[in-house]
Write a protein of this length. Structure first.
Length: 220
């Protein structure tokens, strides 16, 4: 697999709380130069990025990173992000609802947010490090039924990131048309290739560009 092929699967990511505009600008410049799938950035940077780089594919996050914002707030976040220029939304589910057994609430929330996103891409972060295998399987069905475009393993801010076992589990249980995004802790070329081969259509990382172009790996 060539570096160019790998980079086409990368959501070039910078979501640290202390991310500065110069750092975001560098991220965008790298994404354009190396043709990553998108940049994944904090919502506050969507509008200025879109103004500076109109053709750049912008992904942003909502309900991030803990997921327990009320649904109305997540919907508003998604709508505003799209108005500001985002083409892709990565939302965090309410993990507390899953742990409480309120699966219908999670289904309803994802469904409403997907409706707000319309034709824009919605990726659903389920934060696998906090879930049992049964909950992961249940969420594959929920994400599929809600009409989301991707199921995503992790925020990168939990107790652990993506695992190959979870990507393989998702492949077995998601419905037709739902893709997989892996994120968190993927920092070597071997990791990148292995996750893509295993079925991850997208990988969220800050490391790939520098790793594949001779620089030093970054931090998610």
């Amino acid at each position: 697999m060539t570096s160019e092929e790998i980079l086409g699967h990368i959501d070039h990511t910078l979501l640290k709380a202390v991310s500065s505009w110069p750092e975001i600008e560098e991220l965008c410049t790298e994404a354009i130069q190396y043709r990553t799938a998108s940049v994944c950035v904090p919502p506050s940077y969507v509008k200025p990025i879109h103004s500076a780089h109109e053709k750049l594919n912008i992904c942003t996050v909502i309900g991030f990173p803990l997921g327990y914002s009320i649904t109305a707030a997540k919907i508003l976040e998604a709508e505003q992000a799209i108005k500001s220029g985002a083409s892709e939304i990565d939302m965090v589910i309410n993990i507390g609802d899953i742990k409480s057994g309120y699966f219908d609430r999670v289904l309803e929330e994802i469904t409403q947010i997907k409706k707000s996103c319309g034709e824009k891409i919605l990726k659903v972060i389920v934060e696998t490090c906090y879930l049992t295998e049964e909950e992961k399987i249940r969420l594959c069905g929920i994400v599929t039924a809600a009409g989301a475009d991707y199921i995503k393993t992790s925020t990168g801010f939990g107790t652990a990131g993506a695992t190959l076992a979870d990507v393989k589990l998702f492949r077995q249980h998601i419905g037709a048309g739902v893709k997989i995004k892996a994120a968190g802790g993927i920092k070597t070329r071997e990791d990148l290739e292995t996750f893509i081969i295993a079925g991850a259509e997208r990988i969220g990382t800050s490391s790939a560009v520098k790793l594949l172009t001779g620089g030093q790996a970054g931090n998610y």
